[in-house]
Design a binder for this molecule. Structure first.
Ligand SMILES: *[C@@H]1O[C@H](CO)[C@@H](O)[C@H](O)[C@H]1NC(C)=O
Ligand SMILES: *[C@@H]1O[C@H](CO)[C@@H](O)[C@H](O)[C@H]1NC(C)=O
Ligand SMILES: *[C@@H]1O[C@H](CO)[C@@H](O)[C@H](O)[C@H]1NC(C)=O
Ligand SMILES: *[C@@H]1O[C@H](CO)[C@@H](O)[C@H](O)[C@H]1NC(C)=O
Length: 471
């Protein structure tokens, strides 16, 4: 204790010295570091930092110990609270502060990586990927960034992407080996498609305009389609039913195909002179601008081509804004799947979940991998992998995650003021989940009493109906 107060008193002096003196010649710094840990080699450490061009000296071991109030006792696994100072790998008596610089921005966003709850145990692979960590392809008329299996290897069934289209720009004509599902994050657009029987479809798609919930769409595997932004531009999340989405043989662009087929064959196929195809793009543009703006929002029918086969039997667009909420004690949910309300979406089930401040998506699990996308807000989730193994992650807008099939989990809204809004996505025809509370409420009382040593009166308060989101 005495040593700490002496060091605390020394700090202003150390700072003053550091800002003027040569760091390597600075005996106080060296002594300071030796006192922290006799095993470290301060001169080597400082030399390495100089070589790396790092000039600032963080005497964080003392500075932050003095300020930190990270966990209030008793430590029951709550999130670390670094009270505004730089996060450190310290939790109560465990851990030790950094001696060299860490990536503070990433540490700040992931307090459960750096000072995990004491309930975390074992080795759970990484289950989180931020779209912000993805490479973004900037193109004429927009951009695209992805989360695929090389980014998040634990997500084998599902990959995701975000695409932005400038006003009136297109995602060019294409099809996929896998199913494609989309959620409109912003703006407005128009999709069109033709199915294997020649039935066609055209529809407008809208983001969360004026506070309403956005549209989603689904294209079955193989169904060729187009997507165009309307005059407000368009940003959307895409989900594909294969984590290895960039594998050869997954996406097929029309212009790419024609540019890589002998021209006389193309001409014969369409029954025209080869000169007709002289000006097609030699490389596929992926995204391209339009030369003539499309009819405005709500005027999609003006572009519909009379189709002798008629329209597809099941619409490819679903308007979440027209769906009833499932009201929960801590928020609401809207579930879309092929069994309940979105018949065409046979390979993708989804739920839009709204969690009120401090509320929580209850402890539950699924029979398929859950792919998570945070639309807005901040959340915390622990993935329980069985066998005394679990790991806690922190999420915010634009983050993706995966809870492998059967892993128990919750998602808690960390904000006392802002809602947490996210999507749960499954490569499955139907949304299915199991609730821990409902299970215990409907299990013979003595079985639960004997296992958990809680009273029958307490178990009586557990809800027999699924709560989905608890307050
Ligand atoms: C963190 O700790 C500080 C100081 O004890 C307190 O004022 C603040 O409310 C805490 N923040 C959270 C999110 O618990
Ligand atoms: C959104 O609200 C504004 C203001 O009330 C209105 O002018 C606009 O038409 C609305 N947009 C849509 C797509 O409903
Ligand atoms: C194809 O078009 C070119 C240029 O218009 C013309 O010279 C040629 O005769 C045409 N070929 C056929 C087979 O029609
Ligand atoms: C149940 O918990 C109480 C303390 O609340 C303890 O006295 C008792 O021994 C426990 N019973 C069993 C069977 O573990």
């Amino acid at each position: 204790m005495a040593r700490i107060s002496v060091l605390t008193a020394l700090l202003p002096i150390l700072y003053a010295l550091l800002s003027t003196a040569s760091p390597l010649a600075d005996e106080e710094v060296e002594q300071f570091m030796r006192r922290q840990d006799p095993a470290i080699k301060p001169l080597l450490h400082l030399a390495r930092r100089d070589a790396a061009g790092i000039k600032t000296r963080h005497l964080r071991p003392i500075v932050n110990n003095a300020k930190r109030d990270s966990i209030t006792p008793p430590d029951v696994g709550q999130i670390a609270n670094f009270t505004g100072s730089e996060p450190e790998p310290v939790r109560g008596a465990d851990g030790a502060p950094f001696l060299s610089p860490s990536n503070t921005g990433i540490d700040d966003e992931n307090p459960d990586n750096i000072a995990p709850p004491t309930t975390d145990a074992g080795v759970v692979p990484n289950l989180k990927w931020s779209m912000a960590s993805s490479h973004t392809r900037l193109l004429k008329g927009g951009w695209v960034r992805e989360t695929v299996i090389t980014d998040l290897p634990t997500s084998k069934d599902v990959a995701g992407a975000e695409i932005r289209l400038a006003p009136n720009a297109y995602r060019e004509l294409h099809w996929h080996r896998v199913a494609e599902w989309g959620y409109i994050l912003g703006g407005t657009g128009r999709i069109s498609a033709v199915d294997s029987t020649g039935k066609s479809y055209i529809s407008d798609i809208k983001g969360p305009i004026n506070g309403s919930d956005p549209d989603i769409y689904y294209f079955p595997p193989g169904v060729p389609h187009s997507i165009q932004a309307l005059d407000s531009g368009l940003e959307f999340l895409l989900i594909f039913t294969d984590g290895n989405f960039d594998a050869l043989g997954t996406t097929f662009m029309l212009s790419d195909w024609l540019a890589h087929t002998p021209l006389d064959i193309v001409a014969q196929n369409f029954g025209v002179n080869t000169s007709v195809f002289n000006n097609i793009p030699k490389t596929d543009p992926y995204i391209l601008d339009s030369t003539v703006p499309p009819p405005q929002l709500g005027e999609a029918s003006q572009q519909a081509i009379p189709d002798p086969q008629g329209e597809v039997p099941n619409p490819y667009v679903f308007h979440i804004s027209q769906q009833e909420k499932i009201i929960a004690p801590g928020g609401w949910a809207k579930i879309q799947d092929s069994v309940t309300n979105f018949p065409v979406s046979t390979m993708l089930a989804s739920a839009l979940v709204y969690v009120e401040p401090n509320a929580m998506r209850e402890l539950h699990w699924h029979i398929a991998d859950e792919w998570l996308y945070i639309v807005s807000g901040k959340g915390r989730a622990t993935a329980f992998a069985g066998s005394a193994t679990s790991r806690t992650f922190d999420f915010e807008a634009g983050d993706t995650g995966v809870f492998p099939v059967s892993y128990g989990h919750y998602i808690k809204n960390l904000s006392p003021t802002e809602p947490l809004i996210f999507l749960e996505l499954f490569k499955a025809p139907q949304f299915v989940d199991f609730s821990a509370t409902q299970w215990l409420a409907l299990t013979p009382r003595q079985v639960v009493i004997d296992l958990l040593n809680i009273s029958s009166e307490v178990i009586d308060t557990f809800a027999k109906t699924k709560q989905i989101i608890v307050s």
